[in-house]
Design a protein. Structure first.
Length: 766
């Protein structure tokens, strides 16, 4: 690549970024025309683009930018005020500049499009008469301003300004660099040798704290780290089989370094979701205007970070959903007034971390989705018969909008109505391991809930065996693991309308046998006869089901590799990985598995819902609790569904990592939280069993998509109790506190703050 190509590349990158900020600033200025700092920022942006493209020889781009700069100069000087027409033309300038940048990137030239009409409009607005205040306070209209076809093009030509922003130097009434004003030619004044001092606040430049890195280089680093993780897993496997203590110590050191390196490289790929959201205010403005609507957009959680590849994957689906909400969801001001609503509609976007995934909620206060109309349209389009529609529930009818070719729009417009998009949205979101759910209420509004993974490259997974083959299950879909023995194994799984189910804490849970789905055999029968069943409870979308497997091996981080072309269309698999011993393991697609086992069948869900409705209310159903002892006489309980394992660690195994105490556990770093200290029962976590040299009793739980170890005094028992909203209750004749794992785990130094669903009420949804 030549030096000029590198300069052009830097120009394009900086200009694209600046245009995004300019888009947002213009919308802010449209709402508040007196925002002088915003005007100055917009002016500097277009001035920089104009100056650089002139140096690079992009004359067409320079001409458009120059015309926009002239208009912005009038706004900055206060001789013009932002109005709707000026805002529209300046936004059109941003679009034109963006189009020419795209042409430069593709062809090396600024294209052959004609922007003459845009330039004329900008120059006409820049020449409008100024509104000048008279001495008595009246507003006088000045003469047309001529000669502004050429604005200042260098820093030296800009008027010097004092620290309070007022122009200094030069007679009153003189324009920029002595340009003609009111039709009279004013000679240009030479810059004096001693120009007025300009106060500049010294700040650390962005270039001093950040560098630009090519995305391809980041991808290469990520691939290398993935290979390093695979090698790390193989070495840890060898260390477990080798009795050499020095080799084991070196392997653990390699494990720590690899983990930190992996986290560092993954952070370099993380980007705030605001990068995606920055384009939405302009989109909402333009679509709302074309539809004759007034809409206020509110965005929360713009700092939520996720992998760049995920941002790229959800860009188009999210754009389509926002466009649909503006066009279909929110009514016109007249319709809202007739319904007793404010004329201005409200659209809210919210992003947050939960359960190891990113949640994006899109909420509007519009008319909601008419489920009956959706069903009728499906019949009209020949997608379903009237008999099929008649047997569907409200939720099933609403979900019909995801069918290809179905649209509820009364007519086809430039925005929507062609019946394409929602099916693609759902397909694209599910392709990256995400899900989308619709909640709607007529005349009240609609909420779209999107759940997507943080990253697709390296993920924690549970390794299971079935038919002598190993499979990996993404931990984000894992709810709990259980082993059924004796009578529970032989008779615990019942037949419900010819489908296997398991009664888990009073609720019927659909059951799938992995061996049956993969090989069409009857693997569960032999295991039942042997008196033992291993079951993994998984969550697909908003439905849970049990997956019966031969063996449950371990949890570990796996590197996701794409499937080959010959098997990529098999819905049961999401990818492939290489295990520590070099063997290949397929990664199960939980949603595809649920579909294959008909778990997501609406008819089956209705039957289960009817059966569960006859059970006791949620607050009356017994819940399995794990009783724990703290200190001499305190007892607490945690939901067993939130517990992954029970472990013991020698005090010597505890290490320091920053301000946290951790242990090396199953190839990972496990942070420890002393429960008595977290609950305020003791002043420090250094006493007790650790002080006496006794093993530490540790309850390993899931918290924010990772594992955390809760250090307790004693593990006492498991009991079945009905848990309501109380935080304390009598269990086995003793007052026992039912603790919230999210709050206790969050007490770990360095664990970060955030809203986490309570384990005591969430049944292990972390």
């Amino acid at each position: 690549m030549s030096e000029l190509d590198e300069i052009v590349g830097e120009f394009l990158a900086e200009s694209y970024e600046s245009l995004g900020e300019m888009d947002r600033d213009l919308l802010v200025l449209e709402q508040d025309p007196s925002a002088g700092e915003t005007i100055g920022r917009i002016f500097r942006t277009i001035h920089t683009i104009k100056g650089t493209c002139g140096f690079l020889g992009f004359t067409r781009l320079e001409s458009v930018a120059h015309a926009g700069e002239s208009l912005l100069s009038r706004l900055r000087d206060g001789t013009l005020t932002m109005d709707d027409q000026i805002s529209t033309e300046l936004l059109g300038t941003v679009d034109a500049v963006r189009e020419m940048l795209a042409s430069i990137e593709a062809t090396g030239s600024d294209g052959g499009a004609d922007y003459g009409q845009l330039t004329v409009q900008l120059e006409r607005l820049a020449a409008l008469p100024a509104a000048l205040p008279a001495a008595d306070g009246r507003v006088l209209t000045g003469a047309p301003v001529a000669g502004l076809a050429r604005a200042a093009t260098t820093i030296e030509e800009l008027p010097a300004r004092s620290p309070d922003g007022e122009p200094t130097g030069g007679p009153a009434g003189q324009g920029v660099a002595g340009e003609a004003i009111a039709g009279e030619s004013v000679p240009r004044r030479d810059v004096p040798e001693e120009a007025p001092h300009i106060w500049v606040e010294r700040r650390v430049a962005v270039s001093d704290t950040s560098v630009r890195v090519d995305v391809a280089l980041l991808d290469t680093l990520m691939n290398l780290v993935g290979e390093l993780v695979l090698a790390r897993n193989q070495i840890l496997q060898l260390a477990l089989e080798d009795q050499d203590s020095s080799f084991a110590a070196s392997a653990q050191r390699l494990n720590l370094i690899t983990t930190e390196l992996q986290e560092g490289v993954m952070r370099t790929r993380l980007q705030p979701i605001s990068i995606l959201w920055n384009m939405l205010p302009r989109l909402v403005r333009d679509v709302a205007r074309s539809c004759g609507k007034q809409i206020r957009l509110e965005m929360e959680g713009a700092g939520t970070e996720l992998d760049k590849s995920i941002i790229e994957a959800i860009k188009d689906p999210l754009t389509h959903l926002v466009r649909n909400a503006v066009d279909h969801g929110i009514e016109t001001p007249e319709a809202r007034a007739a319904a007793g609503k404010p004329a201005e509609g409200h659209l809210r976007l919210q992003a947050f971390h939960e359960g190891g995934k990113i949640n994006i909620d899109l909420v509007d206060d519009g008319t909601g989705i008419d489920a009956v109309a959706v069903g009728r349209r499906a019949v009209e389009r020949g997608l379903l018969t009237e008999e099929q529609v008649a047997g569907l529930s409200q939720r099933e009818l609403v979900n019909l909008i995801f069918l290809p070719g179905l649209s509820t729009a009364a007519s086809v417009t430039s925005v929507s109505g062609r019946g394409v998009g929602m099916d693609v949205v759902k397909t694209n979101i599910e392709a990256i391991g995400g899900s989308i759910e619709i909640q709607t209420e007529r005349r009240r509004g609609t909420t779209l809930k999107i759940r997507i993974p943080l990253t697709l490259a390296i993920i924690p997974a549970l390794v299971v065996e079935s038919g002598r083959q190993r499979y990996a299950i993404p931990q984000a879909s894992l709810v709990e693991v259980m082993r059924l023995e004796g009578e529970r194994a032989r008779h615990g799984i019942e037949a419900f309308h010819s489908a296997p189910v398991y009664r888990l804490r009073g609720r019927l849970l659909p059951v799938i046998d992995l061996a049956d789905e993969l090989a069409g055999g009857t693997g569960a029968a032999g295991r039942r006869a042997a008196g033992a069943l291993n079951m993994v409870v998984l969550q697909a979308d908003d439905r849970r089901f049990g997956l019966v497997v031969d063996e449950i091996r371990d949890t570990q981080e796996i590197v996701v590799k794409p499937l080959g072309r010959h098997v990529k269309d098999v819905s049961l698999y999401a990818g492939v990985t290489i295990m520590g011993d070099g063997r290949v393991a397929l990664i199960l697609d939980v949603m595809g598995l649920a579909r294959r086992g008909h778990v997501v069948s609406e008819a089956r869900e209705r039957l289960l819902a009817q059966a569960n409705a006859q059970a006791a209310p949620a607050e009356d159903r017994p819940q399995t609790l794990l009783l724990l002892g703290l200190g001499k006489d305190r007892r607490v309980a945690v939901p067993l569904s939130a517990v992954s394992r029970l472990e013991e660690f020698l005090p010597d195994a505890v290490e320091r990592l920053g301000d946290r105490k951790v242990v090396q556990y199953r190839g990972e770093i496990l942070p420890l939280v002393w429960v008595d200290s977290a609950l305020g029962y003791v002043d420090s976590d250094d006493g007790g069993a650790a002080g006496r040299g006794e093993p530490l009793e540790v309850v390993v739980c899931a918290y924010r998509g990772q594992q955390v170890g809760l250090v307790v005094g004693r593990i006492l028992d498991t009991v079945e109790e009905r848990v309501g909203a109380e935080t304390s209750m009598v269990i086995q004749g003793r007052v026992t506190e039912v603790i919230d794992i999210a709050l206790v785990a969050g007490a770990s130094p360095g664990s970060g703050a955030g809203t986490v669903r309570s384990a005591a009420t969430g049944g292990g949804d972390q």
